[in-house]
Design a binder for this molecule. Sequence first.
Ligand code: NAD
Ligand code: TYD
Length: 340
Amino acid sequence: MQTILVTGGMGFIGSNFIRYILNLNHDFKVVNLDKLTYAGNPENLKDIEQIYPERYNFYKADINDFETVDKIINKEKIEFIINFAAESHVDRSIDNPNVVVQTNVIGTQTLLNAVRKNKIKKYIQISTDEVYGSLSLDDPPFEENNRLKPNSPYSASKASGDLLVRAYFKTFQLPVNITRCSNNYGPYQFPEKLIPLMLNNALQDKELPVYGQGINVRDWIYVTDHCSAILKVLIEGREGEIYNIGADCEYSNINLIKKLLKIINKPESLISFVKDRPGHDLRYAINYNKIRKELHWKPEVNFREGLKLTVQWYLDNKNWLNNIITKEYLTFYEKQYLNR
Ligand code: NAD
Ligand code: TYD
């Protein structure tokens, strides 16, 4: 049995990854370390805790707390670390960059110090294509050797985390990989992000706040495809390498929202064009030839199928959604909405 420390495992992608790997491969044990911020939700893994009591363990802790991280690594005999823990929302990073830098930069460095002190076989930094900045509509997609030109406090903090991972590889020869994935969608995504926010609003016949003209383009990937790519990198990734992850699926926000409305049979009149996000990146698009050729990975879920699966999951899990729509959520949402 090999033990992986997953940080940020109560969030959207981390919880999907834990579910994915425990169901798939019985040789792995997962230790989940999560601070349970507003985005960390123990409900995401309630069933997993019961199905795999021997292969799953949870600690409520902060990645900034070196002593606790170090203790858990030793107690649990951790061999691999995958860092999903982050403040992950661009709008929140604009509202308050401080906590974003604390977790995404200093938290990453704290984990790297723990990797350095202990015998860890592989550390993976879960990063994002947003570190490359923004593309024009006719630029070629991002490649791993593009310059980093982040534009939001969120993407700048993720780029800083990546640079620290690189520096610890070059200076201390730590066994690391960085993955940079495009926009994820699927079950358990917090309804502050585009797809679940629009879905949640539309189901309640509330306005859909589209920033600017809705012409911004994002490149979408179903979350389990991201998970399978991370597992590939964990097992086969060459030390020190960066791997882009994507699924050739670019949509403008407005076209995506129209597609979503069609699936749930709601009118386009719900769409409301609101003030644009400051520094709003026009387009992300990812070239993932490297992971395709080197590690023989490819995405499996097409957008039509993935969007239907996602909608069905939210329809089947209305309680999950209702439990999240708390005072904190509504306060932030209303503040955002009133400012636009
Ligand atoms: P999320 O916001 O849903 O989850 C983040 C998790 O990290 C939460 O459970 C939270 O409690 C935890 N966390 C936050 N600060 C912490 C701290 N200091 N110590 C311990 N735990 C802490 O985010 P997500 O969408 O699942 O994203 C996971 C990772 O993937 C992030 O690093 C993000 O940058 C990256 N990423 C996300 C996307 C996307 O589309 N969502 C795309 C590419 C990369
Ligand atoms: P988001 O899900 O926040 O992801 P990111 O900004 O990290 O790509 O937003 C995706 C796109 O949707 C982005 O162009 C901003 C836009 N958007 C809206 O138009 N309205 C909204 O309410 C939200 C949350 C996002």
